[in-house]
Design a protein around this ligand. Structure first.
Ligand code: AMP
Length: 543
């Protein structure tokens, strides 16, 4: 027997209309490339999203077509999120920190038809424009007065594009499973892979994010997302804030600037801030130097990489701010676990509470977890046994865009293999202990160790090379190149590092080189990265 409830589709446009109607006066504050402090309301934002939706329809796009963004966190980027997805197109957020070859690959693979770009990234697109021929035009995110000179073809100014459009728009009645957004991850081996979110997955993820033991957003919150809108939908913040009615403070290009972030927190009364550990290190260092404390801030959600115990302690003891660690992945929309306090554990000592807070957290309702051994057997949740971490749920990807299962990312019984290795304790707190995937995470962004190894193998002085991530106080991890020299050669550290220049992005180049006589191998001849990581566990980068 079927239930007798309405089968109303879960659509992103419904969040826009809800936010505008119930929280129309709530503010959105942005730092942008052309304005140090822009401020308007939810109602104005959604009106402009409707104007943009009309403009997109006039561009002759078909439902499902991809529209890309290359932009910082600000109000125009938010308008695009709602207009593109709400109107039935797919909002493809592109990471401007990628190397030109990766940008070309991603834009072509996605078959983007238009690109909305911040003025400061226009030169980046000029460099690659002859290789992205399917793109029909570019919209620069500024007003007519700030339009840059450019050699890009078919360029429109954003404010001009929407100026004469109506703020009335009938959002289409889409299938809730239709695609809404696309984000590529380089956190796996091989080419970047596209994760294609749906309206349904996005709404369920936003509901779950707003639960009290997750991000816990309410209409009383003032939220500073220092997680980029170009990376996994800024952890769902564009949706959960508008759904809850939380004021939003967008830092624009000031993401890594401790002083600017502190000033935003103080002047806008931020209660919740979200970001990767590297960002908070900059903020804490600034506060400590300037003798400031973060008065309004109540909690911060830190994820994307392991959160150092000292950071959690400094937030708690100096600023009276609760740190909630989060773990997730692009493939998971991204939230999987959040480390919020659990009833029954109040009597733990302060030290034990800190230890617990260094774990990745408890699974959210809607995201199932399991850890398995090499034969796929489930391991006990005792906080000791560790194994490959698998996840399953309505906001976890079922495949990658246009790969038709070839990435072999899922088990036969339908779980997604995260590439992380973890323990789970009896209270359900998961802790990441290692990674099976061959990538390094620096400042929250991926570096491919395989690409670094392949590149340096082109140097005649290298017989064999491996690149591993080693702990770094600022970036969490940085690449270390470990090399076996070719017989009769004597390549130096500086020579090998210089060899990378122009071949990979500058921030990918390893911080140091160690020369060894041999590398550890598996029986099948692969380099044993786990053993190599153990070998260099005590290694510290030179200053
Ligand atoms: P991304 O897809 O770029 O969001 O990266 C997801 C990956 O980042 C995970 O599979 C982990 O390897 C890593 N990661 C995310 N959050 C954490 C965390 N709290 N602790 C350790 N690693 C994390």
């Amino acid at each position: 027997m079927q239930g007798l409830m309405m089968n109303t589709p879960l659509l992103i446009s419904a969040i826009a209309e809800h936010g505008s109607r119930f929280h129309g006066e709530r503010e959105i504050v942005s730092v942008t490339g052309d304005n140090p402090r822009h401020c308007y309301t939810f109602r104005q934002a959604i009106n402009r999203s409707r104007q943009l939706a009309n403009a997109l329809d006039n561009l002759g796009l078909d439902h499902g077509d991809r529209v890309a963004t290359l932009a910082w966190n600000d109000y125009r980027h938010l308008e695009i999120y709602y207009a593109v997805s709400g109107a039935g197109y797919v909002c493809h957020t592109v990471n401007p920190r990628l190397f030109p070859d990766q940008l070309i690959y991603i834009i072509n693979h996605a078959e983007d038809r238009w690109i909305f770009v911040d003025a400061m990234f226009v030169p980046l697109l000029e460099k690659i424009s002859e290789h992205i021929k399917d793109v029909e035009g570019f919209v620069v995110l500024t007003d007519a007065a700030h339009m840059p000179e450019t050699s890009l073809p078919n360029v429109i100014c954003y404010e001009t594009l929407i100026a004469d459009e109506s703020a009335e728009y009938a959002w289409p009645d889409l299938d809730e499973n239709s695609a809404s957004a696309l984000c590529y991850t380089s956190g796996t081996t091989g080419d970047p892979k596209g994760v294609l979110y749906s309206h349904r997955s996005t709404i369920l993820h936003a509901y779950a994010g707003n639960a009290p033991d997750a991000l816990g957003l309410s209409s009383n919150d003032v939220v500073l997302p220092v997680v980029p809108l170009f990376h996994v939908n800024a952890w769902g913040i564009p949706y959960s804030t508008i759904m809850a009615g939380s004021k939003i403070v967008f830092p624009g290009p000031k993401m890594g600037d401790g002083e600017a972030l502190c000033e935003l927190i103080e002047s806008e009364g931020v209660t919740l801030a979200l970001g990767v550990p590297t960002v908070w290190l900059a903020l804490l260092q600034y506060c400590s130097k300037a003798g400031k404390t973060l008065g309004s801030l109540q909690r911060t959600v830190i994820g994307g990489a392991a959160v150092p115990r000292s950071m959690i302690q400094e937030f708690r003891d100096v600023h009276n701010v609760e740190v909630r660690q989060g773990w997730g992945m692009t493939e998971m929309s991204p939230l999987g676990t959040i480390n919020a306090q659990k009833a029954g554990l109040e009597s733990l000592s302060d030290d034990d509470k800190l230890d617990l807070a260094t774990k990745a957290g408890r699974g959210m309702f809607g995201c199932e977890l399991r850890i398995v051994d090499d034969d796929g057997n489930s391991l006990p949740w005792d906080g000791v046994a560790y194994g490959a971490l698998h996840v399953r749920g309505p906001w976890v990807c079922s495949d990658y865009f246009k790969l038709d299962g070839s990435a072999e990312s899922h088990t036969e019984d339908g779980w997604f293999e995260t590439g992380d290795v973890a323990t789970i304790d009896a209270n359900g707190f998961m802790a990441i202990t290692d990674r099976t995937k061959d990538v390094i995470k620096s400042g929250g962004e991926w570096i491919s160790s395989i690409e670094l190894e392949n590149t340096v193998m082109g140097h005649e002085g290298v017989a064999e090379a491996a690149v591993i991530g080693v702990a770094h106080p600022k970036w969490t991890e940085r690449p270390l190149l470990v090399v076996v020299r070719a017989a009769g050669t004597n390549a130096t550290r500086d020579e090998l590092l210089a060899y990378y220049e122009g071949k990979v992005a500058g921030w990918w180049i390893p911080n140091d080189v160690q020369f060894v006589d041999e590398l550890p191998h598996t029986a099948t001849g692969k380099i044993k990265k786990i053993e190599l990581r153990k070998q260099f566990a005590d290694y510290a980068f030179p200053d």
